[in-house]
Design a binder for this molecule. Sequence first.
Ligand SMILES: [Zn+2]
Length: 337
Amino acid sequence: MNSYCPHCEDLCEIEERTEKETVLVKTESIEINSQYFVCQKCKRDFSSMGQEEKNIEQAYEIYRQRHNLLHPEDIRKLREKYGFSQRQFARLLLWSEPIICQYESGRLPDVAHNEVLRFVKNPLNMRDLFLTNSRRLNQRDIESIRRAIYSVVNNARELFEHQSNWLIRTHFDYDGGAHSGNRRFNMDKFIQMIAFFVAEMGSVYKTKLNKLPFYADFLYKKLYGESITGMVYLRGIHGPVPKEYDEIFGLMKGLGIMDSEISEDGDSQTERFFIKVGPNQDVFSKIELDSIKNITSKFKHFSASQIEKYSHEEVGFRETKKWEIIDYEFAQSLSID
Ligand SMILES: [Zn+2]
């Protein structure tokens, strides 16, 4: 094809070529398939503006994937979800005013900023950030930002209520008898108990996190004749587990109460939880809370495999078939008191 060659300063026959090239993004070397033209007359190469843009975009894309960075489009969508202007969003995050505009136009977010953007995807985190930073905003911004955040937060709450009610209806329709420890299942109490354990222990492996509420509920039943949360426990493979624990932990993550990391452990994967928003202890009576604290101090230093082994000695575990409900009658023979 014919195009203008900047070397010959004339219209020449040119050919497009692709070559591996290493370019520097921030401080990292990245290999791309670089496109350029070679003039058939002078044999020298050059690249067009369009090619340069494509090459840079290719390098940026690799860099984004490497660092799990948000795309310009994601950032725009996130901002629009809350109905902020670019300026309002930057102010709320205490960043310089033009920066959101730059990110939405393709500038690579720096890693710390990227973390913050991921964090505020959750409306409850956004609300917390707003409560912390609102003093730094002007009155007119405060009002419109508040309105925008709270309408999104309410939607998140509604979604939680909806999922939570669905779970209770479908999986926890017990009349509060021997399966649930003479109490009806209380989702909020269960969630706050889990949050309490995760907050107190710093970070907890899933295997361990499944045993702790079992001990708290069964010990309370043994001492006071009823469970704390009304949770139903099953005889899992690695010990007792709360019914529908994956769903409930997922809900807690969705609510921004805790988060988790998956780590590879040989062939298997293990999930470790850490807290994001502290527990609300008001849902417990003083005796309930003392009992939960008692379980915390007893098992705080147990590893996941230690508590697993420990729980395998419980009569309720030994005498229940795989994946069946562990009856609260076994609370009487619990190894701790
Ligand atoms: Zn030329």
